[in-house]
Design a protein. Structure first.
Lengths: 116, 113
């Protein structure tokens, strides 16, 4: 089974609108962390936001917020007021214990295109 | 500005060649990672290291090895490059402990012909 599932290979959003990128995860651990990264065309992965499994409040970082629904095992990224510079690949990732270490698994990504 | 630097942005090598991909970080991070990224597959972990001279296999270590002789440098080695190793390779680092994300390098796009 996939650890991280991103079902939207590509999405379009109008500039200044909000957009939600979906992410579901699968783990039997109680302690885990969820991340979102942005990868512009330049190739560098940029860390956006983090949510711990025990955090009761949804994480927010500027225009980014993580809609964490633990019972549904979903961790959707919400980008408010989209900008042209938000056009990029977005990856959801999960960190969980594995063999004495912390292992991070990435999803397959969603390509977001912001339309003027 | 903290950085993870990958020595080459683009690399073209011939089948059978020994290939070294270098990664250096200036943040004194204990943990370093090598991923490969392929369309539709996301990022897959090749090897990681939690300390100097220490290495652990990730999900797809076959055909690769690594070296970590100094804390700041983590090298990925393709002993005998093959065309199916054509990919984008990403290095990342993270301090021990804490809940923050990784810091990634800009990636090396390797083509094996």
């Amino acid at each position: 089974a996939q650890k991280i599932t991103q079902t939207q290979p590509g999405m379009f959003v109008q500039e200044k609108e909000a957009v939600t990128l979906d992410c579901t995860y699968d783990t039997s651990d109680q302690s885990y962390g969820l991340f979102w990264y942005k990868q512009p065309s330049s190739g560098e992965m940029i860390f956006l936001i983090y949510q711990g499994s025990y955090d009761e409040q949804n994480a927010t970082e500027g225009r980014y917020s993580l809609n964490f629904q633990k019972a549904r095992k979903s961790a959707n990224l919400v980008i408010s007021a989209s900008q042209l510079g938000d056009s990029a690949m977005y990856f959801c990732a999960m960190r969980e214990p594995s063999g004495g270490y912390q292992k991070v698994t990435f999803g397959t990504g969603t390509k977001l295109q912001v339309i003027p | 500005d903290v950085k993870v630097t990958q020595s080459s942005r683009y690399l073209v090598k011939r089948t059978g060649e020994k290939v070294f991909l270098e990664c250096v970080q200036d943040m004194d991070h204990e943990n370093m990672f090598w991923y490969r990224q392929d369309p539709g597959l996301g990022l897959r972990l090749i090897y990681f290291s939690y300390d100097v001279k220490m290495k652990e296999k990730g999900d797809i270590p076959e055909g690769y090895s690594v070296s970590r002789e100094k804390k700041e440098r983590f090298s990925l080695i393709l002993e005998s490059a093959s065309t199916n190793q054509t990919s984008m390779y990403l290095c990342a680092s993270k301090p021990r402990g804490g809940s923050g994300g990784y810091t990634f390098g800009s990636g090396t796009r390797l083509t094996v012909v």
